[in-house]
Design a binder for this molecule. Structure first.
Ligand SMILES: [Cu+2]
Length: 630
């Protein structure tokens, strides 16, 4: 029997290896010579035996599983609506104060001290119509520095949450966002260098929804908090006394043994027997989820549902599935039909170690997420899930990739107990720009996790990508059908998995991060950058926001009395002036023109090659202010 099994898995490995080869044969590998040499020189740590023994609790035992209702984060109203002096359209101005608060998680223990946006976690939900720009003033009234990233938004570099662009306690920073994308579930969260995991763990994450009329017209289940429910997943550890465990000093992963949805451990939601739109966001530090639904009375029978959206908004069509992988930072939206379950209870569950794709530590109750209690009274449900949800957008619209070459290969690995990308960490300032992409170019990046000891969810800022291929010596799952039906900004590299992603590097030039979204890995130090470089001779002058540390947009100090008394920079007049001054710099008002010109340049020269000048390393030190512009 043992012989047979070994024989079988050996056969599988050989089969997978030849599949990997056939995938790679479809593409020419045209990675830069310096990158090839760097890859050859990598020495990797041996992961050893990472399979852990399942434990019951590391936190105090939580006594109220499925006993507390699901909280819904409140929608934040804009404080002011200001007319953009360039476009004449409204800019919605919001404020969020990052401050401590307490949450009684355990009924008989001490409350946990958290730090969140406006003193709640998840933070308030921002909901903004497509085409309305927003400015959010994030005010640091906490005890640690922060940086805010609006995940999934093509924000200009100084507003993208660059890890070194810090706002310290007693400072505030105004972030300017375009909201030009089709309806989509973005999220805002901390991105401060080395303490992102700690800040996120203690509460700094929230939902940000762009809405649009095209989506509204589809007739999907709607009504925020009513039939359209955000489900922000997290997984944490608590101390003996009921306070939240810090993750400072943790350098491997923080799996957590207490599963939270919208800040509440293992909640329940009362639902009607009808269709609901459920928006999943995995906001955990390290834990990946493989979700499925069952009836409480039939735990072995998974119930199918329809995936309708990915990280980048609606999929082209609904994709039916009965399980859903959601690695850290991924968003998937589904429509679940409770109409056949009147008077019953359903459970949302989680496969241990994602069916062998993950390496997450499991505990007695990490296979549970939440419960749905379906009322017995029949209701009228006019919502529907159309067979076509949207037209495909680039680079999804082509059946074959526009570029046949692999432009970069990035290996996510561990060396000397440090997490690295092609042997570089974010602290390596001289070498951390790993790609220089001419603006508008379509590139294919090959993202590799050679290890069986750990996995990495990879996030590329600025762009949406198409997941072209997934392969690996022990991987058979390929690209999941729901991954293939939409664009993504995070992709999960499971055990021994390599993934090819294709993206259009637009619309802005500038320096942006890409990194592992296991926040412990990101902090220590699996993060690097890419520079979308200005196109020469494209006959167009536009505003420059390419430097993520541009001091024009850095955080500023404030007086507490000014904030509470609405004086100084917090008067209506001062805010209006600040927002108008920002708008006059035109971070986004040229967007449509820029996109048209990029499309035109692309049509005229579809085989645009990498700009050879980008291969040259910079000569000598680059002056501080211009240091990111090559
Ligand atoms: Cu990682």
């Amino acid at each position: 029997m043992l012989f047979k099994l070994t024989h079988l898995s050996l056969g599988l490995m050989i089969l997978n290896r030849s599949y990997a080869q056939s995938v790679r044969d479809k593409y020419t590998v045209q990675i830069p010579e310096s990158e090839r040499l760097a890859l050859e020189g990598i020495v990797e740590d041996d992961p050893g035996d990472q399979m852990s023994i399942m434990k019951d609790w590391e936190s105090p035992e939580y006594p109220l599983i499925y006993r507390n209702p699901l909280p819904i984060p409140p929608v934040l109203e804009p404080k002011l609506k200001i007319t953009n002096p360039v476009t004449g359209k409204e800019i919605w101005y919001y404020e969020m104060e990052i401050k401590p608060f307490t949450q009684a998680v355990y009924p008989t223990l001490r409350p946990a001290r958290l730090v969140g946006y406006n003193g709640i976690s998840p933070g308030p939900t921002v909901m903004v119509p497509r085409g309305t720009e927003s400015v959010i003033r994030f005010i640091n009234n906490a005890d640690k520095e922060n940086s805010v990233h609006l995940h999934g938004s093509p924000s200009r570099a100084p507003f993208d949450g660059w890890a070194d662009d810090l706002t310290f306690p007693g400072e505030y920073k105004d972030y300017y966002f375009p909201n030009n994308q089709a309806a989509r579930f973005l999220w805002y969260h901390d991105h401060a260098v080395h303490i992102t995991a700690e800040n996120a763990n203690f509460g700094q994450a929230g939902a940000y929804l762009i809405t649009d009329s095209a989506e509204d017209a589809l007739g999907l289940p709607s009504g925020y908090g009513e039939f359209d429910i955000p489900l922000v997943l997290a997984s944490k550890y608590y101390n003996e006394d009921g306070t939240l465990q810090s993750v400072l000093g943790e350098e491997q992963s923080s799996w957590g043994d207490v599963i939270h949805v919208n800040g509440q451990p293992w909640p329940f939601l009362n639902v009607q027997p009808r269709k609901y739109r459920l928006r999943f966001l995995n906001a955990a530090l390290s834990r990946n989820f493989a979700l499925y639904f069952v009836k409480s009375s039939a735990q072995n029978t998974r119930i199918p549902f329809q995936v309708i959206a990915t990280d980048a908004g609606l999929t082209t069509h609904p994709v039916q599935t009965s399980d859903l992988y959601v690695s850290v930072a991924e968003r998937y939206e589904i429509v679940f039909d409770f109409s056949g379950f009147a008077g019953q209870t359903l459970e949302l569950k989680n496969f241990p170690q994602a069916n062998g794709i993950g390496t997450d530590d499991d505990y007695e109750h990490t296979d549970k997420v939440m419960r749905f209690v379906v009322s017995s009274d029949p209701v009228q449900d006019d919502s529907r899930v159309p067979e076509v949800l949207r037209a495909p957008t680039a680079p999804l619209e082509t059946n074959s990739p526009a570029s046949t070459g692999i432009d970069h290969h990035f290996r996510f690995h561990r060396h000397n107990s440090e997490w690295r990308i092609n042997d570089v960490g974010f602290a390596d300032e001289k070498n951390r720009i790993l790609a220089k992409v001419p603006r508008g170019k379509i590139e294919i990046w090959e993202l590799e996790n050679g290890s069986g000891g750990w996995t990495h969810p990879i996030h590329v800022h600025l762009v949406d990508f198409k997941v072209l291929e997934r392969y690996g010596s022990e991987s058979t799952r390929g690209v999941m059908p729901y991954e293939a039906a939409g664009l993504k900004d995070v992709v999960w590299l499971g055990r021994h998995e390599t993934v090819l992603v294709e993206a259009h590097y637009a619309p802005w030039d500038g320096v942006y991060m890409f990194h592992c979204h296991n926040l412990i890995h990101e902090d220590h130090d699996m993060m690097a950058a890419f520079n979308v470089t200005q196109l020469s001779n494209w006959g167009y002058n536009e505003t420059d926001f390419s430097d993520p540390e541009d001091p024009r947009f850095s955080a500023r100090p404030y007086n507490r009395a000014d904030l509470t008394g609405r004086a100084g920079p917090f008067t209506e007049q001062a805010i209006e002036e600040t927002v108008r001054d920002l708008a006059l710099l035109q971070p986004y008002s040229q967007l449509e023109e820029v996109e048209e010109l990029l499309e035109e340049a692309w049509r005229e020269n579809p085989n645009q090659k990498r700009d050879e000048r980008c291969e040259q390393p910079a000569a000598g030190p680059i002056p501080r202010y211009r240091r990111f512009v090559v």
